[in-house]
Design a protein around this ligand. Structure first.
Ligand SMILES: [Zn+2]
Ligand SMILES: [Zn+2]
Length: 379
């Protein structure tokens, strides 16, 4: 499932200000609210609109989204379904309250623990580092629990007190008289935000926000045998949870720079080895590069173009195993493009002894191709 860009969802430019976001959201949410709009995709659209607003209306989440896209919110499963990311999307209840005066009060009241947001960090490593593993220092900007107030939001020496507006219940009830009768609406307490207590003297370090933005240095161990696009999950290194919830995860996404010589196919290394026609015909000992340095490869007599030789155990270490893949060497017979008179004479003599007609259609071998290439000599 591919997710639409949040700005696209709300139909606003990337530099839209707060009020533009809000008005686009209100307009679309009214249009697609499932109680109003009975079309099939209204519910889906509505969720999408809600999620986009949830992220873009929050300066921190918006900043993360601008930097990392939807990946900023992706969890371990690699999916980011509605509500999966960024946490805290309250479902239909919240918006119902906001637009329709709180009939029903579906999801309201005190809030439970919330898991912290996941973070993503992209890192580029060399081919060699991916093969043999490495240790990387990274610096990630993230929110952390305020060290001054220990996340209470209250200035040290003061204590949070029970919220006077909801009396510590985290929710407020309203009875409304309407033509349809009397409705009781329950909503999250706006004063304490459902947290049941407030700090009368907010912590000056975090301004009562309980979290502060810091740049944290982390060391990431990249195991031998990783490949391009793999993600390393560092549990608990995402942003802190809310109300006692666990911290999110940090996903380090690996981008492997290509190697000038080696190609990789899972745990095997692919190498093209150019040999000349004489080496191919007579056989040769040829030095070939491997991940571990040079090694000698025996190219037997009569080796054909495209022949593949396997160097066992010279490939990439297999993750969570002590085994390694192989190196596959594909022989590339190179026909000389230019010949001097002596070479031309020698090949011509050789050609006369070979009797190409006897090769048959299926054995368009090395020498036939060679002779095609220097056909002028036989004109
Ligand atoms: Zn603080
Ligand atoms: Zn309250």
């Amino acid at each position: 499932m591919s997710k639409r860009d949040y700005y696209e969802v709300l139909g606003i430019p990337r530099d839209a200000d707060e009020s533009a976001i809000k008005s686009a959201y209100r307009r679309l949410a009214r249009q697609y609210h499932p109680d109003v709009n009975k079309s099939d995709d209204a519910e889906e659209r509505f969720k999408e609109i809600n999620e986009a607003h949830e992220v873009l209306s929050n300066a921190e989440k918006r900043q993360m989204y601008d930097r990392f896209g939807h990946a900023a919110a992706q969890g371990g499963s690699g999916q980011a379904g509605p509500g999966a990311g960024f946490g805290g999307f309250g479902g239909f209840g919240d918006i119902f309250e906001e637009f329709f005066g709180g009939f029903g009060g579906m999801r309201a009241g005190p809030r439970g623990p919330e898991r912290g947001d996941d973070l993503r960090y992209d890192i580029e490593i060399t081919f060699q580092e991916a093969v043999f593993g490495t240790e990387k220092e990274i610096e990630i900007p993230r929110l952390e629990t305020c060290p001054v107030c220990q996340g209470s939001g209250a200035e040290p020496g003061t204590k949070p007190i029970r919220c006077p507006q909801c009396n510590g219940s985290g929710e407020v009830r309203r009875t409304q008289q309407t033509i349809l009768g009397s409705f009781v609406s329950v909503s999250t307490c706006p004063r304490c935000n459902g947290e049941r207590e407030i700090a009368p003297t907010p912590c000056t370090n975090c301004r009562g926000q309980k979290r502060v933005r810091v740049t944290r240095k982390l060391s990431v161990t990249i195991p031998a045998g990783v490949d391009d696009g793999m993600r390393i999950r560092l549990a608990g290194e995402g942003e802190p949870g809310g109300r006692g919830g666990p911290a999110g995860s940090l996903y380090v996404v690996l981008h492997v720079r290509p190697h000038p010589l080696f190609q990789r196919q899972e745990a095997d290394i692919l190498l093209e080895l150019p040999v000349n026609i004489v080496q191919a015909a007579l056989g040769a000992e040829i030095e070939v590069p491997t991940l571990d340095g040079k090694t000698m490869l025996t190219v037997p007599t009569g080796t054909q173009h495209g022949a593949v030789f396997r160097l066992r155990g010279k490939g990439v270490p297999i993750l969570r195993s002590t085994r390694r893949g192989d190196q596959l060497v594909t022989v590339h017979v190179v026909v000389p493009e230019k010949l001097n008179d002596k070479q031309r004479k020698l090949l011509k003599e050789l050609g006369e002894t070979l009797g190409l007609e006897s090769l048959g259609k299926d054995t368009r071998g090395l020498f036939e191709r060679l002779l095609d290439a220097v056909g002028d000599a036989f004109g």
